[in-house]
Design a protein around this ligand. Structure first.
Ligand code: NAP
Length: 399
């Protein structure tokens, strides 16, 4: 039993908090701290009164002193960072200062440079080792479950994995001409960046949306998907020994792509500050303010997600393929926790990562990605906590 401090109170945090409150076997106390305390209080009021004791706090997660003061006051056994990637390093600094284990779902990204990389957080390895505490990076779905799936495939199904294709399909329809399923600023930065994949020991860079494939997803049907760079490619390229190629594909509908192109063409996705009425604004942040809040999509999103990994490799001298995936229904998620499946598929693994680090199952001093731990307890917890996985031993491969 232990206490978790959740930082951030947006779409993903809301799901993780619901799941923490359902999991009184592991958690006996929870502090929700975020920039806007009223959101934390509203959730505490909705979920309070159960076995998990809830407190709330206001915090600026970019201010290390405030974070240290909060951690010293609340004394959590683990900090679960569900704010934005910009705050990863300040929260890691505060965890180091207070010797508190750290878990997140997205790697650090400087505000003025949309190129995310693990190097900023991997630079903390020695410091966490010396402090004797664990930092678990990327415990969402992708990254997160995709890394756990890779470790599981390696442990149980292959002697060598040569190729991984990560396929992220959202077959959900929210009825808006254009909206993003998680934080619009982070989402648009990700999809307007160059594509990248790992092949034979180096990165191959593509133009945004240059590589398109079609795939028939179980539970969803035929979808167009596009090659993107995604952060787990960087850690899996290091941690899956013998890997020759890793690619990441995400599905997008034509309406989303047409709107995005238009917004890009008129400069609305730019992160360079501009002067507006004598005030500096960042166009992408302004765009975020006029787009639907992802948290509001829950009631109106219907359909399913299907996210997983197709592996190709060798077992006992024979070539083998294997597909591990999860199908999640937007409306079922909404009925259970009041959120759509994108927040759900991230919030559930975030809770599981925090639980495993807190109870010592996944504990080793240093900074690690999910695939560096034993996947079995995580896989078991996925089935138990709402993200059951399915296997296909003869999958259709992506050309
Ligand atoms: N691995 C995956 O599969 C995956 C998938 C989706 C998302 N993610 C990651 O999950 C995280 C949360 O995403 P989301 O969609 O839940 O975003 P969101 O709805 O925008 O929530 C972000 C939360 O962080 C709070 N916050 C922002 N800046 C802060 C600061 N300086 N101090 C304190 N709190 C601050 C926000 O406060 P306000 O309420 O005041 O705005 C909000 O509550 C992001 O890092 C995202 O990249 C990971």
């Amino acid at each position: 039993m232990g206490k978790v401090l959740v930082i951030g109170c947006g779409g993903v945090a809301s799901v993780a908090i619901h799941k923490i409150c359902q999991n009184a076997e592991a958690f006996d106390a929870l502090c929700i701290a975020s920039r806007t305390k009223s959101k934390c209080d509203a959730l505490a009021e909705k979920l309070g009164g159960g076995k998990v004791k809830i407190t709330t706090a206001q915090v600026d997660a970019e201010n290390v002193d405030q974070l240290v003061e909060l951690i010293n006051k609340e004394k959590p056994d683990v900090v679960l960072n569900l704010a934005l990637p910009y705050q990863d390093l300040t929260i890691m600094d505060a965890c180091l200062a207070t010797k508190t284990p750290y878990v997140d779902t997205a790697n650090y990204e400087p505000k003025d440079n949309p190129h995310f990389e693990y190097k900023y957080q991997w630079a903390y390895r020695e410091k966490f080792k010396e402090a004797g505490i664990t930092a678990l990076l990327g415990s969402g779905f992708d990254p997160g479950v995709t890394g756990v799936f890779s470790a599981y495939a390696m442990k149980h199904h292959f002697d060598e994995i040569h190729e991984i294709d990560i396929l992220d399909c959202n077959g959900g329809d929210h009825g808006y001409p254009f909206a993003t399923n998680f934080n619009p600023e982070i989402n648009i930065r990700e999809v307007t960046a160059n594509g990248m994949y790992w092949e034979n020991g180096h990165w191959v860079v593509t133009k945004p949306m240059e590589i398109k494939r079609e795939y028939d997803f179980k539970g969803v049907g035929m979808k167009d998907m596009y090659l993107l760079h995604h952060e787990e490619l960087e850690s899996l390229a290091l941690n899956i020994k013998g890997i020759q190629r890793i690619r990441f594909f995400m599905t997008f509908g034509q309406s989303y792509l047409t709107h995005l192109k238009c917004l890009e063409n008129v400069g609305m996705t730019s992160i360079k500050p501009i002067l507006y009425n004598g005030m500096e604004i960042i166009p992408l942040q302004f765009l975020k303010a006029v787009l639907p809040d992802p948290a509001s999509l829950g009631p109106r999103t219907v359909g399913k997600t299907n996210i997983g990994c197709i592996f190709k490799g060798v077992k006992d001298g024979k070539e083998k393929t294997y597909y591990l995936y999860n199908i999640c229904d937007h409306q079922e998620c909404y009925r259970e926790v009041g959120s759509q499946a994108i927040s759900y598929t991230t919030g559930v693994p975030a809770m599981i990562g925090a639980m495993l680090v807190m109870n010592g199952t996944w504990s080793k001093p240093g900074v690690y990605n999910v695939e560096e731990f034993d996947p079995d307890p995580f896989m078991e917890a996925l089935n138990k906590w709402g993200l059951p996985w399915e296997e296909d031993f003869n999958p259709v491969l992506v050309p």
